[in-house]
Design a binder for this molecule. Structure first.
Ligand code: 13P
Ligand code: SF4
Length: 372
């Protein structure tokens, strides 16, 4: 097969035609999948829209998708998720496997908030302040939502990747070896996890990548337990503490459940905090008649609501909190990559340079071996 790295052309069509085309795409996907059989597996993240995720052979949170990705036998992995997830599937997969992202614009704005150059600068500045090799003192931990070369950096320096479902385990593992953690790119997941472990707020300092030494004094760096990168998720930052108060005022018996990418002030007010799969399962196993206000992406919340009609499920925020990059993948994109495979063409293949793969695999394998 020839690897051709092209993107789906943006369709300039009216809404009605687009709906018709998306409906027709469902049939095109079914037909292509029938022809391709076991050669292809589709992995889907919970935030994908129903029209796409209905074709996933496996649906899960980013941790489960890594575990599943590492076990896949099929030659072609079509990843209905975002870029960093597809990169991780490349790293964890076999060299002869091909990972395809149906739309190359499906990225993650949080992952884009940290790049290798900035992290290398930060590491050198930490070295300067702490006086010798930062590896003596600091464990680098990157959230799964980061580029493969950051996972490579972490792997090379003895650190690990974590997800929203195992951040606690990753921090415990880190503190068993080194006195400080450098956590990127999500300040909220880092802070929420550190707080739950009893680390005082003043020992969790914020590193601003646009300022020399992160905008911190030498003393702040020396006294810190966790150095948090100043990054966030633009979807989860829309959930506010006042939304929790509003729901509780109207429904005193409501359960508030949020993703740990929400800010600390929201997490502190919530009854439950967990990964996307934790949220799905918690409501699935809840009592009929129970009430849930959920702080995470709207497609997941709507799907959980539809799947559990005897429970009251609502988005925590009055605004539609949509991950616009996940939304980039449409049924048309899925049909397009699958039909190209039928024709013997690979489009939208995700590549990770070999040296990056080697180090990123160290970090991802560590993540998979650390107890949650
Ligand atoms: P999960 O790891 O909980 O699936 O979250 C991924 C994500 O991108 C949340 O914004
Ligand atoms: Fe990235 Fe936020 Fe979208 Fe998750 S919800 S993929 S963190 S932008």
């Amino acid at each position: 097969m020839v690897a051709v790295d092209i993107q789906t052309p943006a369709p300039h069509i009216d809404e009605e035609t687009l709906i018709q085309q998306e409906e027709a795409a469902v049939e095109r996907i079914k037909k292509a999948r029938e022809i391709l059989g076991d050669e292809v597996i589709v992995l889907g993240h919970h935030y994908q829209r129903d029209e796409v995720v209905q074709f996933a052979d496996f649906q899960g949170d980013s941790y489960q998708l890594s575990v599943e990705g590492a076990k896949v036998k099929a030659k072609y992995i079509v990843f209905a998720g975002v870029h960093f997830m597809a990169e991780s599937a490349v790293v964890l997969g076999r060299p002869d496997q091909v990972v395809i992202l149906p739309n190359m614009q499906a990225g993650c704005s949080m992952a884009d908030m940290a790049n290798l150059e900035q992290v290398l600068t930060a590491w050198a500045e930490l070295e300067e302040v702490l006086g010798d090799d930062p590896e003596q003192h600091i464990m680098p931990v990157t959230y799964m939502n980061s580029a493969a070369n950051l996972k490579g950096f972490v792997g090379e320096h003895g650190g690990t990747v974590c997800t929203s479902s195992n951040a606690n385990g990753a921090l415990n593992w880190s503190f068993a070896q080194r006195e400080k953690v450098f956590f990127f790119p999500d300040q909220h997941l880092g802070r929420n996890t550190g707080k739950k472990m009893g680390i005082p707020l003043e020992q969790m300092v914020l590193w601003n990548p646009f300022k020399p030494y992160g905008g911190l004094t030498d003393d702040q760096i020396r006294n810190a337990k966790i150095i948090l990168w100043q990054g966030h998720c633009s979807v989860h930052q829309q959930f506010r503490p006042e939304h929790v108060d509003l729901w509780r005022n109207h429904h005193p018996d409501i359960n508030v459940m949020v993703h740990p990418e929400c800010m600390m002030q929201v997490v502190d007010k919530a009854d439950f905090v967990g990964s996307t799969s934790f949220i799905v399962n918690k409501i699935k196993n809840a009592e009929p008649g129970s009430k849930w206000a959920v702080g995470t992406e709207v497609h997941l919340v709507n799907r959980v609501k539809n799947a559990n009609p005897d429970r009251f499920v609502t988005l925590l925020s009055p605004f539609a909190c949509l991950c616009s990059t996940m939304y980039r993948i449409s049924p048309l994109d899925l049909a397009n990559v699958l039909e190209n495979l039928v024709e013997g063409r690979v489009i939208n293949q995700i590549f990770v340079p070999e040296d990056v793969q080697r180090n990123a695999k160290l970090a991802l394998d560590r993540m998979l071996s650390i107890p949650k």
